[in-house]
Write a protein that binds this ligand. Sequence first.
Ligand code: GDP
Ligand code: MG
Length: 719
Amino acid sequence: MYATNVIAIAGNPNSGKTTAFNRYTGARQHVGNYPGITVEKKEGFAHLDGIEVTLVDLPGTYSLTAYSMEEVVARRVLAEERPGAVIDVINTGVLERNLYLSVQMLELGMPLVLALNMMDEAKAAGVNVNYKRLEELTGLKCVPTVARKGDGLDDALRAAVELAKSTAGRIEPLVISYGSDIDQALNEMVPIVNSVNLLTDRYPARWIAMKFLEHDKEIIGRAERHDSATSKKLSDIADRVTAHLKATLNINPEAMIADYRYGWISSILKNGVLEGADDILERTAFSDKLDKVLTHRVLGPIILLCVLYGMYFLTIEVGDYPLGWVGSFFEWLSDTVGSALGDGALNSLITDGIIAGVGGVLGFVPLIMIMFLLIAILEDSGYMARVAYIMDRVFRLFGLHGASIMPFIIGGGIAGGCAVPGVMASRTLRSPKERLATILTVPFMTCGAKIPVFLLFVGIFFESNKPLIMFMITLGGWAAALIVARALRSTLIRGEPTPFVMELPPYRWPTFSGVVIHTWERTWQYIKKAGTVILGISILIWAAMTYPGLPDDLHHQFEEQREALAAQSGLSEEEMEEQSAVIDNDEEAASLENSFAGKLGRSIEWITAPAGFDWRTNIALIGGIAAKEVVISTLGTAYSLGSVDEESTTLSDQIKKDPHWTMANAVSLMVFTLLYSPCFVTLMVIKQETARWRWLFFSLFFDLALAYFMSVLAFQMLS
Ligand code: GDP
Ligand code: MG
């Protein structure tokens, strides 16, 4: 389809396309109209090194949207007449604006050569472009030109002809992030586009999906004629995202996508391409001023650490009050339901299995909600994108990519994310090796499911410096991720680092409704998971801890003890009650130990003892592979089953009372929870994203071994 000997000349109006075209073609050109429309079509022939090249002078456009006839024509020629390559003529004096079109051609998968035209004017105006650096960061051949004099034009054409040959007219389309809402929608839409090959013979699938988000009438119209049912599905997703962005950030997807494209460009220009870029880029003067401080070499990282610490400080200080209320509520609920149901398995299922299990997870909702609120503010304001920018230099040292940071943050790098979307977010990494290293290390982040485990034990054993310890756990996750990534990149997945371009969208004031909606969405996810997955697992684990119950002879022994107690004379009523409670307790404990889960937990105690885990912790950790919240819910059930106190108490109080638990056990458990095997869903996503079972098993066993080693180390040092 493509034609290697056809080269298109594209660019903004007045960038010098026609001047270049005339220089190339001389008299060998003809002018007509595109069929049916009045847009001028110019074609001509150039001779270079003995071969004839057909040149097409595209109409000048700033963009490839469908707002004007020129844009529609330009993009049709690119996608349908398929020139072998494009010479993108750029007015170097306004590089930022001109690159906006280049980004869109790259998204379309066009092989580009950048002709940095009007170099003479740019230099005279003091614009200093380091085009070698630009080549490095974009991977595009850049040729400085002065079309009016003919300087550099042959080099540009030669590069374009070579590129056409080497790429056969198509490159892997540029994938940039447009922010998490749009990225997630695109990830959802691309498989739908691919499932029916909706216009994919001409356009990349992600590009088609993006046009739905941009409400591009032309492409949507064609898609509808091609397959209306599929188009409807895509439009529905686009409408949903549009409504969401409107409600949260008061912006439409078109503008959001444009922001991120410009963010990509400005990040390139600031990365050593434009000298004094900060003063030249005017579009976001306010953002740039703010960035001078927030992304400053030295101040940036310090501010980042302060933000992280501040977040935990606020979460914990403010969250302490509602945490107490919720705890009391579940105690009350358990007592009320417990006494209403009378003795028996149903009572135990509901109070020990469900309320103690799920309630333990739900108890942290107030804290989680405050944390999500703070994260929503950081994200909606555009600060999260800066974190990536700040961390790039650090990441490079560890063989990761600046673009690995978004997956890390989504996975819980600041706190409270989820590794599943985190692993999927790694799709924006183009180098497969860096992507793999990212996928395998995202699960070390402090995701929302691990947070309650940390909050519980930090609350018990580090009363006086809770925020500090939470902060350190988060940093511990980062350290583990970076060190493992470094090790992987020096062994299993060795390879050169690729250049990094990170979108830096402008800062915005978060809107009130945006923050509220984002906070609630995440909190609701947490609650929903507790009410479904965690509920299901809690019931299973309760059953595994309850059955088969005591063998008859043991049961008899306890009955005998009770009879003996009843037969005793001379005891006060109080003493009787006390002693009978001791017997009840012993029986419960014996029953728990004899249960399936109890036996399983005991059977591996010899392995886990060096890390300070008893059989209860073992069961909790095994359950945690299903979902990390289960660590909490299982401990809740185990302690609730193992005690028949008159008054129910919170898990936290029970752990405080249990002599087994020392600071060393707690730290060891937290280290283990932070590092050990990703949860089931994450494992499946790792398999899906890497297309290899090998990496699923690697994550499962390597992370487990690492966690075990570190926990043993921690426990032995502290105890
Ligand atoms: P088009 O709209 O992209 O086709 O741009 P034109 O080729 O019509 O050029 C617009 C103006 O810029 C004309 O006046 C050209 O003479 C001038 N021009 C083109 N290339 C250069 C260059 O490299 N340096 C300078 N100084 N002027 C140029
Ligand atoms: Mg022209």
